[in-house]
Design a binder for this molecule. Structure first.
Ligand SMILES: *[C@@H]1O[C@H](CO)[C@@H](O)[C@H](O)[C@H]1NC(C)=O
Ligand SMILES: *[C@@H]1O[C@H](CO)[C@@H](O)[C@H](O)[C@H]1NC(C)=O
Ligand SMILES: *[C@@H]1O[C@H](CO)[C@@H](O)[C@H](O)[C@H]1NC(C)=O
Ligand SMILES: *[C@@H]1O[C@H](CO)[C@@H](O)[C@H](O)[C@H]1NC(C)=O
Length: 344
């Protein structure tokens, strides 16, 4: 082969390469105009999640995968003894939230746990790594007898354990209660109206609160309620009620505890409960007065129509409670308070 021919081939190669580079470059420009860089990252994550997901055991294929045999640390065993108990309030709290618990005890909680009250209230708490705090909690329990503590790490990601431990506790220690209500320690709950409202509620197959139909999971990682495809594969959650406050009839509580063994752990407790409830064909209903926000305050609203209100600091709660005592209690009939709307 002559030197000249070799150079020609080389030039031809060079031209092809340059052409290919230009094509790729223009292709990249088109792609980058179509998708932003963030989109590409998102698609990339979607695909990785999907790949990870398919290598995991499937979400539906789960047997005995959510065991709740966590060690009990504190249990107010006699809480539901004596008297007629209509509703048990499970208030999710944490070891360090003593001020919130005290504010509840001195406001809406003060109408619970006496023998002449039909409401029982217990705070549900996990295990704090700081042993000092745990010993404070034991002292608090000895004083108020209203604390359920179990041995799981007390973190936001473990909230589902709190709810499920509370529900399981109610099955074993409060078995004749008619209803269980799950709520949080930054809530106002109208314990004056609740027993009246419940007189009109169904006593079987019932779940109610601030509820909605099928909804999309929050896929953006910045969300407090973020759920990756790996954690939840389907496009929609089942109908659900906000974790700020939902009521369950006793049979539903028993069924949730029973089916939970075969429903894999999911970190958002209200979604998890909805996933369980969805297994036995109970549809949640929305109830008037169950607010997931703080809303504007008037003494009469808080006394006579608001059933739940969210995100109250201990100081605000005490102030609202005191102010709402200045408005007289209306004599409302159960049917006037128990107003439902279907969500599905
Ligand atoms: C229930 O008993 C407590 C004391 O145990 C008392 O302070 C409260 O007023 C009683 N409530 C009613 C409605 O009788
Ligand atoms: C545990 O909490 C106590 C009380 O707040 C604090 O003094 C102590 O330093 C904490 N211990 C650890 C190991 O964080
Ligand atoms: C949840 O609790 C379990 C049991 O204590 C613990 O192993 C796990 O690390 C906790 N998860 C988180 C995210 O804190
Ligand atoms: C849950 O399971 C237990 C044990 O199998 C059973 O005794 C109970 O009746 C079940 N509860 C409900 C509500 O189905």
């Amino acid at each position: 082969m002559s030197l000249e021919r070799a150079q020609n081939t080389c030039n031809l190669h060079g031209a092809k390469t340059v052409f290919a580079v230009i094509v790729i470059f223009m292709g990249l420009i088109v792609v980058s105009l179509t998708f932003s860089w963030l989109d590409i990252l998102r698609i990339n994550r979607f695909v990785t999640d999907l790949l990870k997901e398919s290598s995991d055991s499937s979400q539906d294929d789960c047997f005995n995968c959510f065991p709740m045999d966590l060690r009990s640390m504190i249990s107010p065993d006699r809480l539901c003894d004596g008297g007629k108990v209509d509703v048990l309030l499970l208030v999710l709290s944490s070891v360090t939230n003593r001020l919130a618990r005290d504010a509840i005890r001195s406001t809406w909680g003060s109408l619970c746990n006496s023998l002449n009250s039909s409401i029982r209230l217990a705070f549900v708490i996990g295990n704090n790594l700081n042993k000092t705090y745990n010993s404070f909690l034991l002292e608090e329990s000895n004083e108020f007898h209203d604390i359920i503590q179990a041995d799981f790490r007390d973190t936001y990601a473990n909230l589902t354990y709190k709810t499920m431990i509370g529900l399981k506790w109610s099955v074993t220690h409060c078995s004749s209660v008619k209803y269980v209500m799950k709520t949080d320690d930054d809530m106002f709950v109208n314990t004056e109206l609740l027993p009246i409202l419940l007189q009109a509620a169904p006593n079987r197959n019932f779940m109610g609160g601030s509820c909605w139909g099928p909804s999309s999971p929050h896929r953006q990682t910045s969300s407090k309620w973020h759920a990756s495809l790996r954690q939840y594969r389907k496009p929609l959650y089942p109908p659900m009620c906000s974790g700020t406050g939902y009521l369950l009839s006793r049979d539903v509580v028993g069924n949730i505890v029973n089916v939970s063994r075969d429903v894999p752990f999911f970190h958002l407790e209200d979604v998890y409960v909805a996933m369980c409830v969805n297994k036995f064909a109970v549809s949640p209903v929305s109830l008037n007065g169950f607010s997931i926000m703080i809303g504007s305050f008037t003494p009469c609203a808080y006394r006579n129509s608001v059933i739940t209100s969210h995100q109250l600091s201990p100081e605000t709660l005490k102030k609202y409670w005191a102010d709402s005592r200045t408005c007289p209690l209306s004599l409302l009939r159960p049917e006037q308070l128990f107003k439902t709307s279907r969500v599905v």
